[in-house]
Ligand binder design. Structure first.
Ligand code: NAD
Length: 337
């Protein structure tokens, strides 16, 4: 029986790269019944709300979604899309795999998975100004909340990911030398789990500043990386730069009550409607979705077909140095499938 999956085509280039991804997953034999819902500006136009209740209800029902990029409306009175999704479904793990596909890139043979804590740290939104004398905004304070529960579950996710995907090593990235309490708690949680997984998964620790340098000098040394929210945000973009940029960077938000697969990039307003966007990142996110649904053979076929078209280099989009349209690139992948 077909698996139900919520599809949110998104804004800007979203509808065209979503259509491309759906075609490819279907060509790979994925048995999915899509429940199409709106979010972002498309939802504001239709319902006056960027994340309508019907969309949340659909994800609650299916437990899994493929999401195109969304434009977050500027201005007060709108719910933040990402916060609503993360809170509703407790999407605590942000998983971003990055591996070398494009030939002739600066780095060869990279295969790194960044696992970022998605719900805690400096991004929880506890911030306020402090009045001193006459100045109501003389200082500002942001709280970085780290809990043992949050640290343990993301570190366990990273070790389990390593075991399931036959990965060699987990590198925990922190700044516990300075932030001894919050980052120290995260590091302690990782160290305790490392003992539990000893003999199955190697473990190492890196201070975030040194890690940023190592990722540029010798990124091939890294395998699975786990870190807190802010560091993960920064390092995952750095890592996507190492393998050729945003056009090939997928991401998954995984939680206890749902999983949402997306491209890391945004709506690309500068090229929206021109039919030239690279659907690669969302296709790779679609492949992660197939893995999640327990269809690893189809997931691998999708990745191999995409890699084949990119390596051949004849029918690729402009960001990859070619002249192909979104549809031509998609057709070439389907032909390989
Ligand atoms: P962006 O990622 O949309 O674009 C950055 C640059 O990369 C642009 O030059 C764009 O043309 C190019 N680019 C991005 N994706 C591409 C693709 N698939 N193929 C070819 N070129 C591509 O970032 P931005 O311009 O900072 O943001 C635009 C909008 O997207 C904003 O409203 C932002 O809030 C939103 N956004 C949404 C998400 C999301 O929904 N997950 C993520 C990031 C940004």
């Amino acid at each position: 029986m077909a698996v139900q999956v919520t599809l949110i085509p998104g804004d800007g280039i979203g509808p065209s790269i979503s259509a491309a991804t759906v075609r490819i997953l279907e060509a790979a034999g994925a048995d999915i019944a899509w429940d199409t819902q709106v979010a972002g500006m498309a939802a504001v136009a239709k319902f006056g709300d960027p994340i309508p209740d019907a969309t949340l209800a659909s994800i609650k029902r299916t437990g899994v979604a493929l999401k195109g990029p969304l434009e977050t409306p500027v201005g007060e009175g709108f719910r933040s899309i990402n916060v609503a999704l993360r809170k509703t479904f407790d999407l605590y793990a942000n998983v971003r795999p990055a591996y070398s596909i494009v030939p002739g890139g600066r780095y060869k043979d990279l295969d790194i998975v960044m696992i970022r804590e998605n719900t805690e740290g400096l991004y929880i939104g506890i911030e306020h100004y402090i009045k001193i004398g006459d100045d109501p905004r003389a200082a500002a304070e942001s709280v970085a909340l780290i809990t043992r529960h949050g640290s343990e579950r993301i570190c366990r996710y990273a070790f389990e990911y390593a075991v399931v995907h036959k990965r060699r090593k987990v590198t925990l990235v922190h700044k516990a030398n300075v932030l001894k309490f919050s980052q120290g708690l995260f590091l302690d949680s990782g160290r305790a789990l490392a003992k539990e997984y000893a003999g199955r998964v190697e473990f190492e620790e890196r201070i975030v500043d040194a890690m940023a340098m190592s990722l540029v000098l010798s990124p091939e040394r890294f395998d699975v990386i786990v870190t807190t929210n802010l560091f993960g945000d920064i390092l995952s973009d750095q890592i996507s730069g190492l393998v050729g940029g945003l056009g090939l960077a997928p991401g998954a938000n995984i939680g206890l009550h749902g999983a949402i697969f997306e491209a890391v990039h945004g709506t690309a307003p500068d090229i929206a409607g021109k039919g030239i966007a690279n659907p690669g990142a969302l296709i790779l996110a679609g492949s992660m979705l197939l893995d999640h649904l327990g269809q690893p053979d189809r997931a691998l076929r999708v990745r191999r077909a995409l890699e084949g078209v990119i390596k051949e280099g004849r029918t690729v989009t402009r960001d990859l140095g070619g002249t192909a349209s979104t549809d031509e690139f998609t057709d070439a992948i389907i032909a390989r499938l």
